[in-house]
Design a protein around this ligand. Structure first.
Ligand code: GLA
Length: 726
């Protein structure tokens, strides 16, 4: 039961958290909210000092340290720029904490919401704002989260920002030095192409994967404190890490702010309306990054991913095989081959639509969702029927929020695009439809519904979005609140995704935006998986998947075998096995040897996928930092009941043999022994002989590194054989 009580007593302490993640706040004599603790001390911290000595938990401009940026900046209806919040109510229940603050002078209410997710040890925070001032207010800046921490001189931060398309999930670790570091994203629609909205902070200094409690050296030396954060927002995001030296102390003060990026997006809020920030999810590990990932995987399964327990199908996509150049016969050939190699779902990608402007390239036809009868004279129905007859499920690609200028849709409805009074700029020769317009919203829903209906039996949709916002403006918004579009567009887009998910509960949805441009814990809620990146060169993908695996489980991370990089087929397949396995190959043109490898990989995928998709991840050898960076990588997955495990090891580049790491088995049942078999993807299993066929393998055992040649991989399977106390 919830209790709702007025904050009259001074020094009231309120707490909310789970495990080592949480906050303890106290209310000082003046009613200001102060942070007593953030992190492991949340549950036990006591107020030993005068309240005024604790930092403000959610400072505002005009009521906080004047030398630091605050999480809230509002211009009030009367033009005032300062805000002074005082706690008026606390709503507390098991795992819930809502602290309601009111401005001391103006009728403005700001509520800090905290939820402790006990099923995954993740804390969720967001802020709501409402007011009854005599006119609209402007929210110039608002963060969902503000934590005040101490940072050691060698504190580090790890960010995931690359150059853009095909470069998602780049890994950069750097020292936190005095000053403010911003990790922000832009573009509005596919911002995560440039920077994933996640961060790892190691406030106590360098961190590593695990607590080394096995007496054997990992390739990483120490574990330590790691704060993992994720902004659940499909638009621009921002982390601000402000480090300030403290007089006479080695440690520094670190203010962590996180939320939507307010760049060019001041929000005008009417009296009576409620503004909600996105949620920021965070967890605090004292045992390294591995525990952060485990918690985010559990969060993803419990609160983000649709049908998390369902093992994902093996997808065969035609995109890299044909691009826009296909017809029904060509597709039938691919479907037949896909069925022959054991794939379970055929996904027809871009290029199947357009009449007056057929979609033969990305410069036209987008928006005209009638089937291209030149390519598919018998419609999508014939393709879906051929697919289903072959024993596969059928999936279809759509990009419902977008339009080419060369399209019948744009000719009919030029007013549907997102724009202001200027001629809008094209990007990938296309424009963005304005989902705030009710007709556009209905159109988006209809695109998906019609595509599904046109191919009876369709049970999978890839929802793509291939351009950012350039002309921020909406005809639905008045002149004084055009900048609201950056925020409103995300909610409007999510409303469409929610409507589609609700209307088609049996259709699996893949989230794609030029690759991984929309991968966040908010957008994912209506999807079953995401397209990790258009970059499928397996050497690059190993590093991307390593980074992505810090926040998302393998079941969500679609990974397809392609010819990018022209790597050996067995290696490409082994990299795709570390995700939701799929194929994007011209299966009609492969050599017999390569085809045999793909067939074998599908067999292996079916054998190991329940462990990989639903198991607990242990990252063993890092391809992005440490002694094997760029050379080797290894991970393992252990099933929930620990009866099975899978180890995936990759040799990326030729390295010195003697420097090869051991494969340290982790997370197995300590009371059991396991049988170990190699699952080779080629007939030549020579590289696996060192470890194949072993019995009596135990948790903590160090297997010799199984690979010698660059661009080779090893897939090992462990099966519990004996349990001493069962
Ligand atoms: C984006 C996607 C690709 C493919 C193309 C089609 O780039 O990321 O996978 O679907 O669009 O145009």
């Amino acid at each position: 039961m919830r209790s709702f009580r007025a904050m009259t007593e001074p020094l009231r302490i309120v707490r909310c958290g789970v495990g080592t993640a949480g906050v303890a706040w106290l209310v000082d004599d003046d009613g200001r909210l102060r942070q007593l603790a953030a992190g492991p001390a949340w549950a036990t911290a006591t107020a030993d000092l005068p309240a005024m000595l604790y930092p403000q938990a959610y400072p505002t401009i005009g009521d906080g340290d004047p030398f630091r940026a605050t999480p809230l900046v509002v211009t009030h209806a009367n033009g005032m720029l300062t805000t002074r919040l005082r706690v008026v109510n606390v709503d507390e229940a098991d795992g819930h904490l809502d602290v309601v603050c009111r401005d001391e002078l103006l009728v403005l209410t700001v509520t800090n919401h905290v939820r402790a997710h006990h099923d995954c040890d993740v804390v969720e925070q967001w802020v709501t704002i409402e007011h009854d001032e005599p006119g609209p207010i402007t929210i110039a800046d608002v963060d969902a989260l503000c934590l005040q921490l101490m940072a050691a001189p060698d504190a580090e931060v790890c960010q995931f920002g690359g150059s853009g398309w095909a470069d998602e999930w780049a890994w950069t670790t750097e020292r936190l030095t005095p000053g403010t570091k911003l990790f922000d994203s832009y573009g509005g629609v596919q911002p995560h192409l440039q920077r994933s909205p996640v961060l790892l902070i190691s406030p106590d200094g360098r961190s590593a994967e695990t607590d080394v409690d096995l007496g054997v050296e990992l390739d990483v030396e120490v574990a330590g404190t790691v704060l993992g954060l994720s902004i659940a927002w499909g638009g621009n995001t921002r982390f601000a890490l402000d480090v300030r030296p403290l007089a006479g102390q080695e440690s520094r003060s670190l203010r962590v702010r996180a939320g939507a990026n307010s760049f060019a997006a001041p929000y005008v809020l009417d009296p009576g309306a409620v503004f909600r920030t996105p949620s920021v999810l965070w967890t605090w590990s004292t045992e390294g990054r591995g525990a952060v990932s485990d918690r985010f995987h559990r969060y993803t399964r419990a609160h983000a991913l649709r049908d998390p327990g369902r093992t994902r199908a093996i997808v065969s996509n035609n995109w890299e095989a044909t691009f826009f150049d296909f017809d029904e016969d060509r597709l039938r050939g691919l479907i037949e081959r896909a069925a022959a190699v054991g794939a379970e779902l055929f996904l027809l990608d871009d290029g199947w639509f357009g009449d007056r402007y057929p979609r033969d390239h990305d410069g036209q036809g987008l928006g005209d969702w009638m089937v291209d009868e030149r390519k598919l004279p018998n419609g999508l129905a014939a393709v879906s029927a051929a697919t289903i007859d072959a024993g596969l499920r059928f999936g279809i690609w759509v990009e419902p929020e977008m339009v080419n200028e060369r399209s019948e849709l744009y000719e009919t409805h030029p007013e549907w695009v997102l724009r202001d009074a200027r001629t809008p700029l094209e990007h990938r020769q296309q424009l963005l439809l304005d989902p705030l317009q009710p007709d556009v919203a209905a159109f988006i829903d209809g695109v998906v519904a019609d595509a599904i209906a046109a191919g009876p039996g369709t049970s999978y949709v890839k929802w793509d979005a291939n351009r950012p916002i350039t002309d921020s403006g909406s005809s639905t918004l008045p002149a004084d609140r055009q900048a609201n579009v950056w925020t409103d567009l995300v909610w409007a887009t999510w409303a469409r995704m929610a409507a589609v998910a609700e209307a088609h509960p049996d259709v699996d949805l893949m989230l794609c935006a030029s690759g991984g441009g929309r991968v966040d814990h908010g957008s994912l809620r209506w999807f079953h998986e995401f397209w990790t990146s258009d970059n499928t060169d397996p050497v690059t993908r190993v590093a991307m998947q390593w980074a992505c695996s810090h926040f998302f489980p393998a079941s969500a991370m679609a990974a397809h075998v392609t010819r990018w990089g022209e790597r050996p087929m067995a290696f490409a397949c082994a990299v795709a096995l570390w995700g939701r396995f799929g194929i994007d190959l011209d299966l009609t043109a492969l050599s017999d040897d390569d085809l045999a490898v793909v067939e074998r990989a599908v067999v292996v995928a079916k054998r190991i996928r329940d462990v990989v998709q639903h198991g607990r991840l242990h990252r063993l050898v890092s391809p992005v930092d440490g002694p094997h960076a760029g050379r080797r990588a290894a991970v393992s997955y252990v099933s929930a009941d620990r009866s099975r495990a899978v180890v995936l090891a990759y040799e990326l580049e030729a390295g010195e043999r003697e420097a090869a790491p051991d494969l340290l088995l982790r997370g197995l049942d300590p009371e059991a022994t396991y049988d170990l078999v190699a699952l080779p993807l080629t007939g030549d299993a020579a590289s696996d002989v060192d470890v194949a066929g072993a019995t009596g393998v135990r948790d903590g055992d160090a297997l010799p590194w199984p690979l010698t040649e660059p661009l080779t991989a090893s897939v090992l399977e462990l099966t519990r054989r004996y349990r001493s106390h069962s």
